[in-house]
Design a protein around this ligand. Structure first.
Ligand SMILES: C[S@@+](CC[C@H](N)C(=O)[O-])C[C@H]1O[C@@H](n2cnc3c(N)ncnc32)[C@H](O)[C@@H]1O
Length: 301
C-alpha cells in the first residue's frame, strides 16, 4: 500500500473549499468518520467463525467492531485513500482516550469550526500512536484550515453524531470499550486500496465473514446501468472467497415493501425477502434499513 502524502493533502484541501456536493466515492473522497450502519446488530445476529474477516475500511468502525467480537485477522479495503488517515487517527484515539473522551473527540473532530485548537489538542495527545505520515497529514490540514473563513473542514467527513456512535458494539458501554482497548493492538489489520468491483479476484485468502458495507448503493454513480444481474455477480464473486460456513453481509438502505432499494433498481423480492433482515428504526422517512445476508451452504459431512 502506497501513501502519497502530498497527493492526499492536495485532494483533501480541494474537498474542503466552498460548498460540498456529493460526487460519488473516488480515490480521495469524504470519509464516514463514524459508521452509518448498525454494525452491532448484524454482528450479534449470527454465529460465525472468527479466524479471518474481509471488510470495507471506511472510517474504521467495521474493523473495530470485528475486533471487539473476537476477530483478529482482518483484511480491510477501500477505494478512498483518505480512509487510511481516519482509521489510524481513530485507532490512536482508542489507544489514548477513555470511553467518554473518545466519543467527544469524534464529535469535535468532525464538527464545523473556524478555530482548530481543540482538533490540534486531540492530534497532539494521540501523536505517540500515529504513523508519522498520518500525524503530518492532520497537522498540515489543521494548520491550513485554522482561521481560514473559506474552508469547511467538516466536508472531509460524514456522520459523526450520538446515534451513529451508538451503532457500534464497542461503544455500548465502558466495559466493551475497554475490551477493544485491550485487544486493538493485537489484531492484524491489512489495508489495501481497491475497487470492490474487481478486488475479490485479486484475493488469495478465504474468509469467515465478509462485510461489504453498502457499497453497492453507489455503483450506479460510476455505472448508471448497474442492475440486479450486476448485483448478483458482485455478491457471487465474494461468495467464492467465503469459507464453507462463512457469512457475507451487505448493508442496504431504504428498503421497504413498495420501493426499490436505494439507488439500485432492485426490490426485496428480487433478492429473496428471507435474506433481508431489518436492523433499526428507519433513518430515512418511509424507508426501511437492513442488510442482505448470503451464506454458502454447509459442507456435507
Ligand atoms: C459505501 S460507504 C458508506 C458508509 C458505510 N455504510 C459505513 O458505515 O462506514 C463505505 C465506504 O465504501 C467505500 N466505497 C464506495 N464504493 C467503493 C468501491 N467501489 N470500492 C471500494 N470501496 C468503495 C467508500 O469510499 C466508503 O469509505
Amino acid at each position: 500500500m502506497n501513501i502519497d502524502l502530498e497527493e492526499a493533502l492536495r485532494a483533501s484541501m480541494d474537498l474542503i473549499y466552498g460548498v460540498h456536493f456529493f460526487h460519488g466515492f473516488k480515490d480521495y473522497a469524504s470519509t464516514y468518520f463514524v459508521t452509518s450502519e448498525c454494525i452491532k446488530d448484524y454482528l450479534k445476529a449470527h454465529e460465525f467463525l472468527k479466524n479471518r474477516a474481509l471488510t470495507i475500511l471506511s472510517g474504521g468502525d467495521q474493523v473495530f467492531n470485528l475486533i471487539t467480537s473476537g476477530v483478529y485477522e482482518i483484511d480491510a479495503f477501500d477505494s478512498n485513500k483518505l480512509t487510511y488517515f481516519v482509521y489510524h487517527l481513530r485507532k490512536a484515539m482508542i489507544n489514548i482516550f477513555p470511553f467518554q473522551d473518545f466519543k467527544k473527540a469524534n464529535l469535535i473532530f468532525t464538527s464545523a469550526s473556524d478555530n482548530f485548537s481543540n482538533h490540534l489538542d486531540i492530534l497532539e495527545k494521540v501523536k505517540p500512536h500515529l504513523p508519522e505520515e498520518v500525524h503530518e497529514y492532520f497537522r498540515k490540514m489543521l494548520e491550513f484550515s485554522d482561521g481560514n473563513p473559506m474552508i469547511n473542514f467538516e466536508s472531509l467527513y460524514y456522520g459523526a453524531n450520538n446515534i451513529s456512535l451508538s451503532r457500534n458494539n464497542y461503544l455500548v458501554n465502558e466495559d466493551a470499550y475497554k475490551k477493544l482497548q485491550k485487544s486493538i493492538n493485537d489484531a492484524n489489520v491489512n489495508i489495501t486500496f481497491a475497487d470492490a468491483l474487481s478486488f475479490s479476484e485479486e484475493l488469495s485468502s478465504t474468509y469467515d465473514i465478509i462485510l461489504l458495507s453498502n457499497i453497492a448503493d453507489y455503483f450506479s454513480y460510476a455505472k448508471p446501468e448497474f442492475g440486479l444481474k450486476d448485483f448478483k455477480e458482485f455478491i457471487t464473486s465474494y461468495m467464492k472467497i467465503l469459507n464453507p460456513d462463512g457469512i457475507l453481509i451487505n448493508y442496504l438502505y431504504k428498503i421497504n415493501d413498495q420501493n426499490p432499494i436505494r439507488n439500485l433498481p432492485i426490490t426485496k423480492e428480487d433478492l429473496g425477502s428471507d435474506n433481508i433482515y431489518p436492523v433499526t428504526t428507519p433513518i430515512f422517512r418511509n424507508a426501511g434499513e437492513g442488510y442482505y445476508l448470503e451464506r454458502k451452504p454447509k459442507i456435507k459431512r
